[in-house]
Design a protein around this ligand. Structure first.
Ligand SMILES: [Zn+2]
Length: 552
């Protein structure tokens, strides 16, 4: 059991952190018995815990006893841990004289940790405030430069490793659905489902330019094939006939996703209102945000995908800022399609610090807007659905990969080979940390002139080969809620085993959970350098109740 001693203002973020690192813990009580004490206070409470983890940049009480020299840096720093970069956004302390250096500050190469004895206990001082960092990434999010860092997952991994390497086992419920290596949410923002609606507007002009000149340029750069050139030029020549209703509108065939996905459930986010750009997010110039369609235009296709087991969510216009508008936009989609809409992603990813509370008031169960327009990666530093700190019940399913961010000239502008490297790295992240990887492939991305269907198919093949659970966004969120509702308790036994009791409801048709028992490293005393743990673990499937003993 971990005891957590923090300032009362940090309690909400601590509670959320331990929903993501789901291991037995409680807020520190004077009479509590803990194996590990995690503390961010200036004064570490007197306790019998074998290991004290003091996460703090500012001065702390035990330093006067141990005489460690501390250097304080304001405004963040990049740390290095096991070959990875761990961005820290608040103050960072380094310990130039420390002989214990698993974590270092990158620019100066100085240890950002120190180890010492404290009475007969081990004290590890980590030079940043863990929960301030968790708050920052969940509330403010990471800048584009750090998009590739699953920062919150790294913090969890570091905390877990420090405990194990101090000879203490860790029991947790990892974000891994039973029998699967991670979760995949395939999603489609429906922005341009009818080419005919775009007569002489910027979308049509952009299409014509990219289909003709743009494709020639891309063939020269070997980013498109001569066959793509043929398809795109034919598509451009057909344009007048599409407007006259004499040729098929190839953007309307976005429901071909059902064929490509072949039974994998995905989620379609649908715009409620046509020709309405919504209220501006920053400044003016949002007239282009208005969609040239609304949900009534695509009813037959949407009913087909609903029948195939897919989910419909709202692609919100004003929902991010106004709960009354949110209810209105949602009920328009619900009533037109006759399906229950519980989730939302905002068009152009509009979102601010008040949005979670606004969405909750509008009755949404989840949002999937927190991601980047211009790059791919972990805006909130995590692969997991989390509860925004301003929300009571709403979960945020972060968005990780968007097609336009990969391929648009104004964004990453990658070749398919480079996009593959970047996305496969995120798949590796999901395989390592568990959780869900959320992908957004737009409606028109499988049609001329984008022709990004080949890449999408390759991506699907890769994901299937990695043993992912393909779930609609709503199902994935329900699974995370199930994990949040699970209870796990442990008690050490005299014979060197550990007793584990855990429970979760099992009658919900969702995959079960796992209880993971990490075996500790060999470190047993109060030495300066703990042993590297063997990082071995045992998994027990949890779907209902378990009460068992595991030998460590
Ligand atoms: Zn959109």
């Amino acid at each position: 059991m971990i005891g957590v001693a923090v300032h009362p203002t940090e309690q909400a973020v601590v509670a959320e952190f331990f929903e993501l690192f789901k291991t037995p813990w409680e807020f520190y009580r004077d009479e509590g018995q803990y194996d590990v004490l995690v503390c961010t206070r200036r004064q570490v409470p007197q306790n019998t815990a074998k290991l004290v983890l003091l996460y703090r940049a500012g001065t702390a009480e035990p330093e006067t006893e141990t005489g460690i020299s501390v250097k304080l840096r304001h405004g963040g720093a990049m740390l290095a841990y096991e070959g990875r970069r761990l961005p820290v956004y608040g103050d960072v302390a380094t310990f130039p004289g420390s002989r214990f250096a698993p974590v270092t500050e990158e620019s100066a190469g100085e240890p950002a940790m120190s180890a010492s004895r404290w009475g007969n206990r081990r004290m590890l001082r980590i030079g940043y405030d863990l929960f301030k960092e968790a708050r920052h990434v969940l509330e403010t999010g990471q800048p584009v430069a750090n998009a590739g860092s699953a920062t919150l997952e790294f913090h969890i991994a570091l905390l877990r490793n420090l405990i194990l390497e101090s000879g203490i086992p860790v029991v947790e419920i990892p974000p891994l659905p039973e029998r699967h290596s991670f979760i995949i949410c395939l999603t489609h923002d429906i922005d341009h489902p009818v080419l005919r609606n775009h007569l002489f507007d910027h979308t049509m002009m952009g299409f014509l330019y990219r289909a003709t000149v743009g494709t020639v340029v891309n063939v020269c750069r070997r980013r498109k094939s001569p066959r793509d050139l043929w398809i795109n030029w034919s598509a451009a020549l057909k344009l007048p006939f599409i407007y006259m209703g004499m040729a098929r509108d190839f953007w309307r065939e976005f429901d071909r996703y059902a064929e490509l996905e072949n039974g994998l459930a995905s989620t379609y986010f649908v715009i409620p209102t046509r020709n309405y750009p919504g209220r501006p997010f920053v400044g003016d110039g949002v007239s282009r945000r208005a969609a040239r369609y609304d949900v009534t235009d695509i009813r037959p296709q949407m009913q087909k995908v609903i029948a195939a087991g897919c989910e419909i969510g709202l692609h919100g216009i004003d929902t991010w800022a106004d709960s009354a508008k949110g209810r209105e936009e949602r009920s328009r989609v619900t009533q037109t399609l006759g399906t229950n809409v519980t989730g939302v992603r905002m068009h152009w990813l509009f979102f601010d610090e008040k949005t979670p509370a606004v969405l909750e008031q509008a009755g949404f169960s989840y949002d999937s807007t927190v991601g980047y327009n211009e790059t791919v990666g972990y805006r909130a530093g995590t692969t997991q659905a989390y509860k925004p700190l301003a929300a009571e019940n709403l979960l945020e399913l972060p968005l990780h990969v968007m097609d336009t961010a990969l391929f648009f000239p104004g964004c990453l502008n990658l070749s398919e080979a480079d996009a593959e490297r970047m996305v496969w790295k995120l798949i590796d992240g999901a395989a390592e940390f568990g959780g869900a990887l959320t992908i957004n492939w737009h409606d028109r991305s499988i049609a001329p002139e984008r022709l990004w269907d080949g890449f999408y198919l390759k991506l699907l093949r890769e994901l299937k080969s990695r043993g992912a659970w393909f779930a609609t966004a709503a199902k994935a969120v329900s699974w995370f809620r199930k994990r949040r509702s699970a209870v796990v308790e442990t008690a050490p036994l005299k014979n060197g085993s550990i007793r584990i009791r855990a429970s979760v409801r099992a009658d919900d048709g969702l995959p079960g959970l796992r209880v993971r028992v990490h075996k500790p490293g060999s470190w047993q005393g109060v030495e300066e350098t703990p042993a590297r743990s063997t990082r071995t673990f045992v998994d027990i499937i949890l779907n209902g109740k378990i009460d068992t003993e595991i030998r460590l």
